[in-house]
Design a protein. Structure first.
Length: 360
């Protein structure tokens, strides 16, 4: 298998968007370098109201989603994965009814993303900026910000689990528990005052921490900052002309998928970094996504059959009839393996007799 393709698949899921080969604009990442901000958190109320104690988890989630999309704020936080700590900063504002979001990685080579409405632009050191059409950025915060509470409760149990304190602020804790043990669970800390996310823990079925995002500081504003006003008018890279997927050439089916996950797309598209056209299938339960890629087997099989895990993201690759099948998603390693091993390539004559996908 191509070693490079293997990790491109991982990159594609970590961006949590179907990334096509872009038609890029002229904007450079240096244009997005924000001024230094001194963020001072507003002190929260330390008293607990009786109404807050009795509030339902779906109401708390709805309050979070409203604040996440409609308020003006800056959130500094860290992402912890397998011992690595990555500091990040998120800027959010609403200008003339349009959401403007800027996320920047604070360590290492420059990596920034800007979302304005339904367009997301990506900037990285040494790479040409590009845009894709998307209503959210990569990451669990944005996923939770968009998931339907009703849909979520179909596959998970939501439990209000008391209060805690994060970044000097009182937070309400929600446990999101999968109804089946093939998936991860979540602990979500929401600021009692603003309802914004202060901490997200992804845990396995034994409650062991797999990945964490935790706030260091939060600032709330009555109106968008000057920086967000500037981002609302900056020229973003053009949307890709090749963003439209094509029908898949490979006839395949999954013999198994986790209960609650559905196939939400199946097509063929071009990976932005390598220009490789791959067949693609995406599973989702609204909270976690799994991508399955199929492409001709390469000469190198360095990682074929092995499992790679980065935080909550697992990757497993197998070979079927001259095709490499790579599964990458925010699921336990054993789940990624079961999905990869269940893929069946369907001969043309047998296509009409394909059996329905089974569930666990």
């Amino acid at each position: 298998m191509h070693y490079r393709i293997f990790f491109v698949c991982l990159f594609a899921l970590l961006s949590r968007q179907v990334i096509a080969s872009p038609s890029v604009g002229e904007t450079s990442s240096s244009e997005l370098s924000s001024p230094e901000h001194s963020i001072h958190s507003t002190q929260p109320s330390t008293g607990a109201s009786s109404a807050s104690d009795k509030i339902s988890p779906d109401t708390l989630l709805s309050q979070f989603q409203k604040s996440y999309h409609h308020d003006n704020y800056e959130l500094s936080y860290i992402r912890v994965r397998q011992g690595s700590i990555e500091p990040m900063r998120l800027f959010h504002g609403v200008i003339n009814g349009v959401e403007v979001v800027h996320r920047i990685h604070l360590n290492g080579p420059v990596r920034e993303s800007v979302r304005r409405g339904d367009q997301v632009a990506h900037y990285a050191f040494g790479q040409t900026p590009y845009s894709v059409k998307a209503s959210r950025m990569a990451g669990m915060m944005d996923t939770l910000g968009d998931v339907s509470p009703t849909h979520l409760m179909a596959n998970y149990d939501l439990v209000v689990s008391g209060k805690g304190r994060v970044a000097g602020r009182v937070a309400q804790v929600i446990r999101i528990i999968p109804k089946h043990d093939r998936l991860y669970g979540l602990y979500l800390w929401l600021d009692e005052v603003s309802h914004l996310p202060l901490r997200i823990d992804i845990v396995d079925r034994h409650g062991n921490l797999v990945e964490q995002q935790m706030a260091l500081d939060l600032a709330l504003f009555d109106k968008p900052t000057q920086w967000m006003e500037k981002l609302s008018s900056i020229d973003l890279p053009a949307l890709s002309d090749l963003d439209s997927p094509k029908p898949s050439d490979v006839k395949w089916q999954l013999g198994w998928k986790p209960t609650g996950m559905q196939i939400v797309s199946q097509d063929q598209h071009v990976l932005a970094i390598t220009q490789q056209r791959v067949d693609y299938l995406k599973l989702s339960d609204g909270l976690f996504d799994v991508s399955v890629y199929a492409y001709p087997k390469g000469n190198s099989q360095i990682l074929q059959g092995e499992i790679v895990r980065q935080g909550a993201t697992s990757l497993h690759s197998v070979v079927h009839n001259g095709m490499e099948i790579t599964v990458v998603g925010e699921v336990p390693p054993q789940t990624a393996t079961l999905i990869a091993q269940s893929v069946k390539l369907i001969p043309a004559k047998a296509e009409d007799k394909a059996q329905e996908i089974s569930h666990d």
